[in-house]
Design a protein. Structure first.
Length: 574
């Protein structure tokens, strides 16, 4: 089924939740006028529908292929990516000094949302490049910025992050890749990384790898990790391409979904001739990489919105077209479109409420990221608290909405011909990569909850209670979250907090998302338009059903860890 950009809801989220007018009042973002915002949202929506969406099914069926060390994408991908670069979509929020447009992250978020709804696997390519730009912009030397950023920002080159190794998994401190100093000031990189998204491909002129490695004599664990820029082709002082570096794609993974996104095993230094440059200071690689990862985590939360929107659109279309059974209790026994049946309506309304709630949370987070960049007091700390909420809950709802989409299709959803199964398969990776959702929840309760002794998160939840006050279940959920936060910062042990971290993270995300939906509804109050009428119903459903049921997680959030350890490990996992 074709993709149609939900432009009106996106503009509403950018206006109300990101607060684009307030951002545009700052000189740095003055170009983000209402006309500019509408032009970007409409333009990238049309581009995504016309160029990326038609390749979604093709990419799923044909996938990326590896032969003789070269990864090739199906026909049409190269042309679509070239059009993406030529139209300047990759440069929306890039630094002006290096060829970017310098617009707010909230607008770059919309570019990624539309492209990802059209083709999630394809959009992982620019998504990772955005993260590489962030890391080099904040931590790279002037020479590195001059040589790498202009072409990364334009999209002529793409970027990756190389963290994971087979023996380390999420424990980055256990990595074994090494970096040995060379006489010319560069470093010799040697090791193997796994799960490297778009680590090798034939769409861009160069692939710029950001690689975590350990230098000689470095401290053990994460304190001894350094970050290196390791390009596929070496880059000369004038920015031109030099010889091929000593790195290769040793294999690509055969996955459940995102078939058109090559997930690579990357081998560095097979011939002891892989050259890298240190980014930032030695042993501070994790700090630099987290700059990239925070950007990536927001954008992965965005993927939850993307796949939910695409699954919702397809389910809505099918529900209108599929005729089956008479309406229950109707004297007319003729069959009706399944959208007339109560349970299908329940599923569609739930899908829409979850999707629009996650979108509202996404743009609220993006707006806070922008305020943090502007130096607005307290904004960066609030953005830090929001990152695990949008990454974890956003991707969870992507899975739920995609699953409901399959359910609405019935048996036709379980076969591949309709395409509903692809959304479900594609969505499942998002709760896993860029830090599993359990890691996001642990980060919330062990780090973010401690910001200013709990005051940062409590302030966020108090604002949610205020903004959701017109909906009793929303306000009550926000108050529940405050009470759980108080327990966690008080008598709870570390194990207790970690045991309750996932339900607590979900509670906080639903409370804040619901409050942001309530802000949207309030902004449309009194308007007799289709959008206003729909938003009021969607917000009520979110509050009266989703927020109300989420309150039930309070018991799990405060249950402590005792029951989790009531069985010995050999019994539990035996």
């Amino acid at each position: 089924m074709d993709y149609t950009a939900p432009t009106a809801d996106q503009v509403l989220a950018i206006t109300i939740n990101a607060g684009i007018a307030e951002l545009a009042a700052h000189e740095r973002f003055a170009a983000a006028s209402p006309d500019m915002v509408e032009a970007i949202v409409a333009g990238v929506g049309q581009f995504a529908a016309g160029e990326f969406a038609p390749l979604n099914r093709k990419g799923d069926m044909e996938g990326a292929t590896l032969a003789n060390g070269t990864v090739t994408l199906p026909g049409g991908f190269a042309e679509a990516y070239r059009a993406y670069v030529e139209q300047g979509w990759n440069a929306i929020s890039g630094p002006v000094d290096n060829g970017g447009q310098g617009l707010p992250f909230a607008l770059a978020t919309n570019v990624i949302e539309n492209l990802g709804s059209a083709n999630m696997a394809f959009t992982l390519l620019p998504l990772l490049t955005v993260g590489a730009i962030e890391a080099l912009h904040h931590h790279g030397s002037e020479s590195q910025k001059a040589r790498f950023l202009p072409r990364l920002i334009s999209g002529e080159w793409s970027g990756t992050m190389n963290l994971t190794e087979s023996q380390a998994g999420s424990d980055v401190g256990a990595l074994r890749t090494t970096a040995t100093p060379r006489e010319d000031g560069t470093w010799s990189i040697k090791g193997t990384k796994i799960f490297i998204t778009w680590g090798e491909h034939d769409l861009s002129g160069n692939v710029v790898h950001l690689v975590l490695a350990r230098t000689p004599g470095a401290p053990a664990g994460s304190r001894g990790i350094s970050l290196f820029v390791v390009p596929k082709f070496l880059v000369n002082a004038d920015g031109s391409l030099g010889p091929r570096n000593d790195l290769r794609c040793a294999g690509i993974e055969h996955k459940l979904g995102i078939m058109a996104s090559p997930t690579c095993v990357m081998a560095f230094g097979d011939n002891d001739a892989c050259i890298g440059e240190l980014v930032g200071q030695e042993n501070e690689g994790l700090k630099a990489m987290f700059t990239m990862m925070n950007s990536a985590r927001v954008n992965v939360g965005n993927q939850g919105v993307q796949i939910a929107e695409r699954a919702l659109q397809q389910a809505r279309h099918y529900a209108r077209e599929r005729v089956q059974s008479a309406r229950a209790g109707s004297p007319d026994k003729s069959s009706v479109a399944i959208v007339e049946h109560p349970d299908v309506r329940r599923m569609l309304l739930r899908m829409r409420a979850l999707t629009e709630g996650a979108r509202a949370l996404l743009y609220y987070t993006a707006g806070m990221v922008d305020r943090g960049a502007l130096g607005v007091e307290g904004a960066q700390a609030r953005a830090d608290c929001l990152v695990p909420l949008i990454k974890a809950w956003g991707t969870d709802i992507g899975c739920e909405v995609a699953s409901l989409g399959v359910q609405i299709h019935g048996g036709m959803g379980f076969v591949e011909e309709t395409g509903a199964a692809q959304h479900y398969r594609d969505a499942r990776i998002a709760p896993i990569y860029e830090g599993t959702n359990g890691i996001q929840a642990a980060d919330l309760v062990t780090r973010k909850l401690g910001y200013e002794s709990g005051a940062v998160l409590t302030s966020l939840l108090q604002d949610a209670a205020r903004d959701g006050a017109a909906y009793p279940a929303l306000a009550a959920l926000a108050q529940d979250c405050i009470e759980v936060a108080g327990w966690m910062t008080g008598s709870a042990t570390l194990d207790d907090k970690l045991a309750g971290s996932v339900p607590f993270c979900t509670m906080c995300a639903v409370a804040v998302a619901g409050a942001q939906l309530a802000r949207q509804a309030a902004s449309l109050d009194g308007q007799d338009t289709p959008q206003a009428r729909a938003k009021l119903v969607v917000t009520r459903y979110f509050a009266e059903h989703i927020a109300a049921e989420t309150r039930g997680l309070k018991a799990a959030a405060t249950a402590g860890a005792g029951l989790l350890y009531a069985l010995d490990a050999d019994v539990l996992a035996g």
